[in-house]
Design a protein around this ligand. Structure first.
Ligand SMILES: NC(=O)c1ccc[n+]([C@@H]2O[C@H](COP(=O)([O-])OP(=O)(O)OC[C@H]3O[C@@H](n4cnc5c(N)ncnc54)[C@H](O)[C@@H]3O)[C@@H](O)[C@H]2O)c1
Length: 351
């Protein structure tokens, strides 16, 4: 294990995508340990409500903007977390060109900001860089099996390009860039219509609607609870020296989608049955991180078991669904909130 910097608090930290599911929890955690936090978010898939309680915090600043636009921050920045990117297929496929440009132009803009101030940058990459993997479990030295022309390419290839930008910036001595490959993460502040597997199943169960299984349900996923992910992100950002390689952060417990649906049905009193739908194009068949590298470099290990994490997540959805009556035929994510004109539906941005 490498030496970990102890001086955690007191830094000025930019969290791009800080109004989203992961980002808002990260803003909370950084403020709690004494950092100054500048959240940059366009609210494309994030929500003002996620950061509303932080607006009264003296060390918190919200900048509502798209990271594809030039990022003007006057004060000196110490660390940048780049979490800005839609994360579920319906959300990132709603404007695929903008999704790709978010990973490329947006990450490029943040790398320039990091270079200006000598800041460290942590890029949130994804298990999707492995595509539909031929190697199992997925180790970081596996180069992946990605369809570069399919409907998921805007996300998968965008994240791969962002990784390349980060490692080129690191090799060129411009930015202390670090890359985390996040596997499926769940927890409170996920949204009912975000199109992710855990939220879909819980919301359907709570509403007594049929639980949707895509394909046979035999495809596998691993599920990491949000607090474990945050621990991994902050360790990777602060570990010294920079590992210089991507690091998987995810829970190596592997479940079929059918097993997850069974578990949700057993935890939510529900009249829901199962309904099978066709498998989406390029849907990965197996997903499980090899976390040897995270263990060795970061001393990181997930702590929260799936049933415990689901209990907290079900409680969250119970709470928000009591304030949101059921909506029928939800096909698209809620992308209309403070959406910049440049990414209005049908108006892809090439910035
Ligand atoms: N949650 C997971 O399971 C998971 C898995 C793998 C990777 N990741 C990555 O982690 C990051 C955070 O994911 P999340 O689950 O919190 O998703 P999220 O959609 O809840 O959060 C993403 C945030 O980024 C903002 N955003 C998107 N595009 C933007 C742009 N161009 N400019 C400014 N802000 C923009 C959104 O408004 C949102 O607040 C993403 O980069 C995602 O790819 C997440």
């Amino acid at each position: 294990m490498l030496h970990e910097t102890q001086a955690f608090g007191g830094k000025t930290v930019v969290v791009a995508g800080g109004a989203g599911f992961v980002g808002s929890h990260l803003c909370d955690a950084l403020l709690a340990r004494g950092d100054r936090v500048i959240c940059v978010d366009s609210y494309l898939t994030g929500f003002p409500a996620n950061v509303l309680p932080l607006h009264n915090h003296p060390a918190f600043t919200m900048i509502e903007q798209d990271i594809c636009d030039e990022i003007a921050i006057d004060e000196k920045v110490d660390q940048i977390y780049n979490l800005a990117c839609p994360a579920s297929p319906p959300q990132y496929q709603a404007d695929p060109i903008h999704t790709m440009m978010t990973s490329v132009s947006g990450t490029g803009n943040l790398l320039r900001l990091a270079e200006r101030d000598g800041a460290s940058l942590l890029q949130a990459s994804t298990s999707e860089v492995y595509g539909d993997p031929e190697v199992h479990p997925q180790r970081e030295d596996y180069w992946g099996h990605v369809n570069c022309t399919g409907p998921r390419a805007c996300y998968d290839e965008g994240k791969r390009a962002a990784e390349a930008l980060c490692f080129d910036s690191l090799r060129a001595g411009k930015v202390d860039a670090r890359v985390v490959r996040i596997f499926n993460t769940y927890g409170p502040r996920m949204q009912p219509s975000d199109g992710r597997i855990v939220s879909n199943l819980i919301v359907q169960a709570l509403r007594n609607e049929p639980l949707t299984i895509y394909g046979s349900g035999e495809q596998t996923r691993s599920f990491c609870y949000i607090s474990d992910l945050l621990d991994g992100l902050t360790r990777l950002m602060n570990v010294q020296p920079n590992p210089g390689v991507p690091v998987n952060v995810g829970n190596p417990g592997e479940f079929t989608v059918a097993e997850l649906a069974d578990l949700v049905q057993s935890m939510v009193p529900t009249r829901s049955t199962l309904i099978h739908m066709p498998l989406p194009a390029d849907d990965p068949q197996r997903r499980r991180p090899d976390i040897t590298r995270a263990r060795q470099l970061l001393g990181w290990e997930p702590k929260i078991q799936l049933t415990e994490g689901l209990e907290h997540t079900i409680a969250w959805f119970r709470h928000i669904l009591s304030n949101h009556p059921p909506r029928r035929n939800i096909k698209r994510p809620r992308l209309d909130i403070a959406r910049p004109a440049s990414v209005a539906p049908g108006a892809s941005s090439w910035r």
